[in-house]
Unconditional design. Sequence first.
Length: 148
Amino acid sequence: MFKEYLKQRGISIYYLAKNTGVSYSTLNDFVNGKVDIENCKFGMIKKISDVLELTLDEMYKLCRNKKMVYSKKYEIAGELKVVHKSYHIVFDDGDKRMNIEVCPVNAINDVFAHIAALWEMEEYFAEKEMREAYEIYIDAKKHADNAH
């Protein structure tokens, strides 16, 4: 969304770098979604918003690419986030907050990241189900052995 905003206004990454003092490579990663706004330093976001004449709220809304992933099988929702140039699926398992790395951010993965995130989340719960079933089996086996 932020990249489209810049494109619509004819603003280049080079222009932002020149007018904010933020390095081109840092801005390139930010503009291309390799770094989420939540992982950026406040000073950088303030400089960019000042140059673009946006409030910090407007800047945040423009840059926040929140993507939800939902598993019908397990009836659980997760959020696909960008952390350190990688996609992560973040979801709750009871009182635990899970954060699983899915894949690096790049043009190909941009298309499939939500599918891979769903697969990772469902794999997590499938493995949990297997562990729980195994524990029940072991418990039942112990009780059966003690009965004889």
